[in-house]
Design a protein. Structure first.
Length: 235
């Protein structure tokens, strides 16, 4: 099966300062892949390079087989890739239901409906009339994931979904989400600081250090490489 996302020799940075250098990776349909690395390793820059969200990018970025370098973000997303951004996005002055309804306007047909999102996250159903600015961190994360699902994109990229959440809440949201996405055969790229959770839920892991990929392989293999985890993640 051809990759749904493929980076070849990608370098990226800001204002002439390189953050990523020579990054190559390919995601096949249905894979769940964790991107790991210390603060500043370049994880968010990698995600932003895919969506053309700021960094200067050199090299090839292909989404669904199309070369997308330089495309505006909305056009890249329309190929069928959705971002759950760090900080979570959405419109703070709109209610939960309004934010979700806006996400359904992508024009893509699919199986995700508002009701299915509310079944996945019952807490959002209870809060449907609440302004999203009044949500807790966990609820805001559920909303961001719900919005991405409603675009019906087959590929989801989650940037640090557990950031700022109490560990049990982060675990609940991520386990619920990844369990559901696995059942649907969606492809998932997840930037995640919670190493045990990432390695448990994703069969493959990519470790970034100093803007380069230092490991790309089975999560179980990485888990056994204690010296690598200590050197590059400090665990
Ligand atoms: N918009 C920007 N302008 C300039 N430099 C940036 C910008 N965004 C990130 N950087 C720099 O790029 C480097 C990598 O940042 P990036 O956010 O990609 O790392 P990260 O691995 O996602 O880290 P974190 O876990 O802290 O989010 C850092 O040195 C950061 O200061």
């Amino acid at each position: 099966m051809s990759p749904v996302l493929e980076l070849s020799g990608v370098s990226a940075g800001y204002g002439g300062a390189a953050v990523l250098e020579g990054v190559s990776l390919a995601l096949r349909p249905g894979e769940r892949v964790a991107v790991l690395g210390r603060n500043g390793a370049g994880k968010t820059t990698l995600v932003h390079a895919v969506f053309n969200l700021g960094p200067q990018v050199a090299g090839s970025v292909r989404v669904m087989g199309r070369e997308v370098a330089g495309w505006p973000t909305h056009r890249i997303a329309r190929l069928g890739i959705a971002l759950v951004p760090q900080g979570r996005g959405g419109f703070p002055d709109l209610t939960v239901a309004e934010n979700l309804r806006l996400a359904t306007l992508s024009g893509r047909s699919g199986t995700w409906t508002l009701d299915r999102v509310f079944t996945l996250f019952p807490r959002l159903a209870e809060r449907r009339a609440t302004l999203s600015s009044a949500l807790s961190g966990g609820e805001r994360q559920m909303l961001a994931i719900g919005r991405a699902l409603l675009t019906q994109a087959p590929v989801l990229v989650l940037d640090e979904p557990s950031e700022g959440l109490a560990p049990p809440i982060a675990e609940e949201v991520i386990v619920t989400t990844l369990g559901r996405l696995e059942a649907e055969g969606k492809t998932v790229l997840i930037v995640e600081q919670n190493l045990p959770l990432a390695l448990r839920l994703c069969e493959r892991a990519i470790l970034l250090a100093g803007g380069r990929i230092v490991f790309d392989g089975a999560s179980a293999t990485l888990q056994a490489r204690r010296e690598m985890l200590t050197e590059h993640l400090g665990v």
